[in-house]
Design a protein around this ligand. Structure first.
Ligand SMILES: NC(=O)c1ccc[n+]([C@@H]2O[C@H](COP(=O)([O-])OP(=O)(O)OC[C@H]3O[C@@H](n4cnc5c(N)ncnc54)[C@H](O)[C@@H]3O)[C@@H](O)[C@H]2O)c1
Length: 465
C-alpha cells in the first residue's frame, strides 16, 4: 500500500527531478510515478459502487484502501426485483470484499465521507452515492487534491454542474464521469459513423430512455409509494445512517423517515435525492448523441414539445414522471426526439438518414446495409477519430491520473453538458413549460421559471463548496 510517507519521500525526489506536473495541476494534486500504485477510496457501497470497485481492482496500478458508506451492512442491493437475489452492500461487506481480493487487511471502512476527503493517503475517489450527494462530495474531494470518478447523473442542477466544472478546471485533477458507454466499442462506432457522415445527411434521431426502474415493474422496485412497506424489515437505517444518507436533501416534514426510500431503485424517483428516469438514462444516451454531433462541449439551441405524465403521478415521495417526450434541437437543425423506452419501443438511439438508419444500444449496433462490413479500422486518418479507452472505463480514469496528457472518455465538462439537456427537460416538466430556447455559451434559457430551477438547492447546512 502506498502511504503518505512514501508519497512525501517520493514527492521530494520527484520535485527535485522536476517530475511533478506543475502548471496543469494545482499544488496539492499528486501525479503518481509510473512505478507506483495509487490508493483509491469508494464512497457509496451500493449497487454501482460494487460494479465500479470490482472493475478498478482489476487494474494492477490501483489498490482500494478505503470504503465509505453511512450504512454499515445491508443485504438488499442490486436491481433485481426478487429480494432473494439481492446481495450485501454497506461499508463492512465492501471492506471484507476488498480485503479478500487482496488477501490482506489493506482496506478500512468509514461512515463519514469527509474522513476520506481528509485522508492524505487517498489519491482518488469513486463517488457512487445517490445523485443528491455527487456535487458536494466531488467538489470537496477535488479541492483536497483527489482525482475523481463520479457517477452519472453528475448533478441535481445545471448550476451545480457549472461549479463542479470550475473546480475541476482550477484543481487540474483527473475527472471521469461514470458514463461508461463512451468506453464501449458499439457506441464509439455509431458516433464515429454519424460524425463522419457515413449515413449521409442525418438530421433526426429517436432516443428511448429505459424506464425499467418504474411502475412497469419489469426490473427493480415499483414507483408505487404504497409498496414501500414491502421493503424487508431487516433493511432499516439507524438514525445516524438516515441522517448521513439524507444529508443535503430537503428533509420530509418533521424529518419523517420514509421506509425503503434508500433502496437502489427507489430514491431515484424522489426529486430530493434523485433525478428520475429521464436523466438516469438520458445521462447515457444523450451523452452519445452529443458525442456524435460534436456538441459535447456546447449543447442544443432549444428544447421543444415537452410532455409528461407528471400530473397524474407526482406525489409527496415519488415526484418524477414515468412517461415523457421532448425534442432536442441543435443549431444545424438536427432534431432528436427523446422519450421513455415504452413510448419509443426501444432503449437506445436510432438515427434516421437517407443512406439507411442506424440503431445502437448496449452490446448491439445495427448498421445500414452499405456499412455492414465497415470496421472502425476503416476510418481514414483524415476523418474524425473519437476517444478510444484503452481498457475499461475505470482504467481509462487511471490512465488519466498517471498521464495528464491523456484526456479521459468523459471529463467533467462533457458529463455536465450531457446532463444539462436532461436537467432542462426535467425543469420544463416541473414548471409546465412546453418549449424553450437555450444559450449553451451563457448556460441560460429564455424562460425565467426554468432558469430559477437551475439553482443550487442544498439544505441542512451542507454547502456546495
Ligand atoms: N453508469 C451506470 O450505468 C450506472 C448504473 C446504475 C447507477 N448509476 C449511478 O450510480 C449511483 C448510485 O446508484 P446505485 O444504483 O448504485 O444506488 P444504491 O442505492 O445501490 O447505492 C448508493 C449507495 O450510496 C450510499 N450513500 C448514501 N449517502 C451516502 C453518504 N453520505 N456517504 C457514502 N455513501 C452514501 C447508500 O447508502 C448506498 O449504499 C447513482 O448516481 C446512479 O445514477 C450509474
Amino acid at each position: 500500500m502506498n502511504t503518505r510517507r512514501d508519497f512525501l519521500g517520493m514527492g521530494a525526489a520527484a520535485a527535485g527531478l522536476g517530475l511533478f506536473n506543475i502548471g496543469c495541476t494545482g499544488p496539492s494534486v499528486r501525479r503518481p510515478l509510473p512505478s507506483e500504485r495509487i490508493n483509491v477510496a469508494v464512497i457509496g457501497c451500493g449497487t454501482m459502487g460494487r460494479s465500479n470497485m470490482d472493475r478498478i481492482m482489476q487494474d494492477k496500478r490501483v489498490q482500494v484502501t478505503c470504503v465509505c458508506d453511512p450504512v454499515a451492512d445491508a443485504c438488499s442491493y442490486g436491481y433485481d426485483k426478487d429480494w432473494s437475489k439481492k446481495w450485501r452492500g454497506g461499508r463492512i461487506p465492501f471492506m471484507e470484499r476488498v480485503n479478500e481480493f487482496y488477501k490482506g487487511k489493506v482496506c478500512r471502512a468509514t461512515a463519514d465521507w469527509r474522513d476520506v476527503v481528509d485522508d492524505p493517503t487517498v489519491d482518488a475517489v469513486l463517488i457512487e452515492t445517490t445523485d443528491h450527494w455527487h456535487a458536494i462530495m466531488a467538489i470537496a474531494a477535488m479541492k483536497a487534491g483527489k482525482h475523481v470518478f463520479c457517477q452519472k447523473p453528475l448533478t441535481m442542477s445545471i448550476a451545480e454542474g457549472r461549479r463542479m466544472c470550475e473546480v475541476a478546471e482550477e484543481t487540474g485533477v483527473a475527472f471521469q464521469t461514470g458514463s461508461q458507454q463512451r468506453s464501449s466499442s458499439e457506441f464509439r462506432e455509431a458516433a464515429e459513423l454519424v460524425a463522419n457522415g457515413y449515413l449521409g445527411e442525418c438530421k433526426t434521431c429517436r432516443i428511448g430512455l429505459s424506464y425499467a426502474h418504474n411502475d412497469s415493474g419489469r426490473n427493480g422496485f415499483s414507483r408505487d409509494a404504497r409498496r414501500l412497506k414491502e421493503f424487508p424489515s431487516y433493511w432499516k437505517l439507524t438514525p445516524e445512517e438516515w441522517d448521513m444518507w439524507q444529508g443535503p436533501a430537503l428533509h420530509w416534514e418533521d424529518n419523517a423517515v420514509i421506509p425503503g426510500i434508500h433502496g437502489p431503485m427507489v430514491w431515484r424517483w424522489s426529486d430530493r435525492t434523485g433525478n428520475g428516469a429521464l436523466p438516469d438514462w438520458g445521462a447515457h444516451h444523450i451523452d452519445i448523441l452529443q458525442w456524435a454531433l460534436g456538441t459535447e462541449l456546447g449543447g442544443p439551441v432549444a428544447i421543444e414539445n415537452v410532455t409528461s405524465d407528471i400530473a397524474e403521478t407526482a406525489d409527496e415521495v415519488f415526484s418524477w414522471p414515468c412517461r415523457f417526450s421532448f425534442d432536442v434541437v441543435y443549431a444545424n437543425g438536427f432534431r432528436a426526439t427523446v422519450c421513455d423506452s415504452d413510448t419509443a419501443g426501444f432503449n437506445g438511439l436510432k438515427f434516421y438518414a437517407p443512406k439507411g438508419d442506424l440503431f445502437v444500444t448496449r452490446g448491439k449496433i445495427e448498421k445500414p446495409a452499405h456499412l455492414a462490413s465497415w470496421k472502425e479500422a476503416d476510418l481514414l486518418p483524415t476523418e474524425k477519430h473519437l476517444h478510444k479507452s484503452r481498457g475499461s472505463h475505470e482504467s481509462d480514469f487511471v490512465d488519466a491520473i498517471f498521464d495528464p496528457s491523456w484526456k479521459p472518455a468523459c471529463p467533467c465538462e462533457v458529463g455536465h453538458r450531457s446532463i444539462t439537456v436532461s436537467h432542462l427537460a426535467n425543469s420544463c416538466i416541473k414548471t409546465g413549460v412546453k418549449s424553450l430556447k437555450w444559450d449553451a455559451a451563457k448556460e441560460t434559457s429564455d424562460n425565467a421559471a426554468v432558469n430559477a430551477r437551475a439553482d443550487i438547492r442544498r439544505y441542512n447546512g451542507w454547502k456546495l463548496g
